[in-house]
Design a protein around this ligand. Structure first.
Ligand code: FUL
Length: 497
């Protein structure tokens, strides 16, 4: 018990690789890199929602230039509780509001500029939409996050040091006036100010301010805690490692930033376009490793902001379900954008599709077939741990074994077309290769295989009918820790590729 505690206490979200470390040592180090408590909480949310709302909603544009007349902003029926109820009922557990987009218009009455909601007809200048959203989140018990665009096309100071002070002041307002903040989302977009100079952002001091005022908040995606998956399509990588390699200089900055945490943006080796960012070949020449999980952002509509012409282009329940498979089901967190309309409401079309998506999700994962399987295999009743919904109960082979094999049998044949896997990532991400087979009466046949699992891996395939299934972890960094395993069936007419 004591030994286990000591080992856990040693585990951190980053580790240095020494030049003398051999492959075995590097792999063991990689297996022990773990998420911070804030990263773990965030990963377990699975579904988070983005609300792009602001002056662009009224100009019908995606990007504003900061010269907009703010008197056009008047969402007369705005009801933040409607936004939160719609997403909460659909299973979303945290939201992010665009407090300020690239146009510089503030949805709260910032003291530091006049380009705000205070100078609009909305509630005669007495409104504060950041507050309305924060209050609704608290009322419905759902996480609250803010998007604050560093790129500001309205501020006269943009392009100078004064802008960093301006931004810090705005950030402080948002971090101190609205209660608990669970996520802060920074975009990397960067332009030139009126002086023709490109702004150099003071990110590290902003991270320090967030850590001080809201230590539980994850900082995404220009930030130390959460990484952009690399596309805006909702499709993550099939091989998605949360433990990534960093270069020498980055390793030094991380170590200097804190003893127990990462407080700078990790300089990950390779490119966000790479299909694999963390397998053995990628981490062998790293100077350090860091827990840096992927967030998959995508909009329910073609654009990020609401445009009436896109009312008929809202993603369907089936499309959202596919996105669930390729985001959450590929070791990511889904950040789905649902932009409120000019009335200040989530449009009926979007709400309808979200409700249908939630129903589809419920039907799909309603019954895990392994609950009905016999218990005569190697792990016997321990198999119950694989469907109790608790990440901390798991099955694992002995400490020296990096493979695992489990078998399920049923008295009668069962029908399935979905496989769901989860690792207990509180202990790290370890699984590197797996395969699943069924017995067709004569021989074993593979129906699914893959590489990483991480928090969750979902696979779908042609319907299988069988009374025997076996699952093998073929390769893992140290002993694999499998916490959940599921086989499900969904009628093809309810769910198509
Ligand atoms: C991008 C922005 O430029 C888009 O307008 C949107 O906010 C998206 C989430 O991030 O970089």
């Amino acid at each position: 018990m004591l030994l286990a505690f000591r080992l856990n206490a040693q585990q951190k979200s980053f580790v240095k690789i020494d030049k003398t470390d051999n492959e075995k040592t590097i792999i063991a180090k990689a297996a022990r890199v773990v998420p911070t408590p804030r990263q773990l909480r965030w990963q377990q949310l699975e579904l988070t929602a983005f609300f792009h709302f602001g002056i662009n909603t009224f100009t019908n544009k995606e990007w504003g230039d900061g010269k907009e007349d703010v008197s056009i902003f008047n969402p007369e029926q705005l009801d933040a509780e409607q936004w939160i109820k719609v997403v909460k009922d659909a299973g979303f557990r945290q939201v992010i509001i665009t407090a300020k987009h690239h146009d510089g218009f503030c949805l709260w009455p910032s003291k530091y500029t006049t380009h705000t909601i205070e100078h609009t007809p909305y509630k005669n200048g007495k409104g504060d939409i950041v507050k309305e959203v924060a209050d609704a989140c608290r009322k419905y018990d759902i996480g609250f996050g803010i998007y604050l665009s560093p790129w500001d096309r309205n501020s006269a100071t943009y392009g100078s040091d004064d802008y960093n002070t301006y931004f810090t002041n705005q950030l402080r307002e948002l971090l101190t006036q609205y209660g608990k903040v669970d996520e802060v989302w920074f975009d990397g977009a960067n332009g030139e100010g009126p002086n023709g100079k490109k702004q150099v952002y003071d990110f590290n001091s902003w991270y320090a301010l967030i850590r001080k005022l809201q230590p539980q908040a994850v900082i995404a995606v220009q930030g130390p805690d959460v990484r952009w998956v690399g596309t805006e399509s909702g499709v993550g990588r099939e091989t998605e490692w949360s433990v990534l390699p960093v270069a020498e200089q980055s390793q030094e900055k991380i170590a200097a930033s804190s003893q127990k945490d990462v407080n700078v943006i990790p300089g990950v080796l390779g490119s966000y376009k790479d299909q694999d960012r963390g397998s053995r070949s990628k981490i062998m020449n790293a100077a350090g490793l860091v827990w840096y999980p992927a967030e998959t952002d995508v909009s329910i509509r073609p654009g990020w902001f609401y445009h009436p012409a896109e009312d008929h282009k809202v993603k369907t329940a089936r499309e959202l379900m596919n996105i669930y498979f390729t985001s959450v089901g590929r070791n990511g967190v889904l950040l789905l954008n649902i932009p409120p309309d000019t009335k200040g409401l989530i449009a009926a079309s979007d709400a309808k599709n979200l409700t249908a998506f939630a129903e589809l999700l419920k039907t799909t994962f309603n019954h895990n077939l392994i609950k009905d399987a016999e218990r005569n295999g190697l792990y016997g009743n321990k198999l119950n741990r694989l469907y109790d919904g608790k990440p901390e109960t798991s099955i694992t082979p002995s400490a020296n074994d990096s493979t695992l094999s489990i078998e399920f049998s049923w008295k009668e044949k069962v029908r399935f077309n979905i496989l769901s896997l989860q690792e207990n990532i509180a202990l790290g991400q370890r699984i590197e290769k797996f395969s699943a087979e069924y017995f067709d009466g004569n021989e074993w046949k593979t129906f699914a295989n893959g590489t990483t699992v991480g928090y969750k891996r979902l696979l779908k395939f042609e319907e299988i009918n069988s009374n025997k299934v076996r699952f093998k972890i073929l390769s893992s960094r140290l002993n694999p820790v499998l916490s959940e395993f599921g086989l499900y069936y969904l009628k093809p007419d309810e769910y198509k590729n």
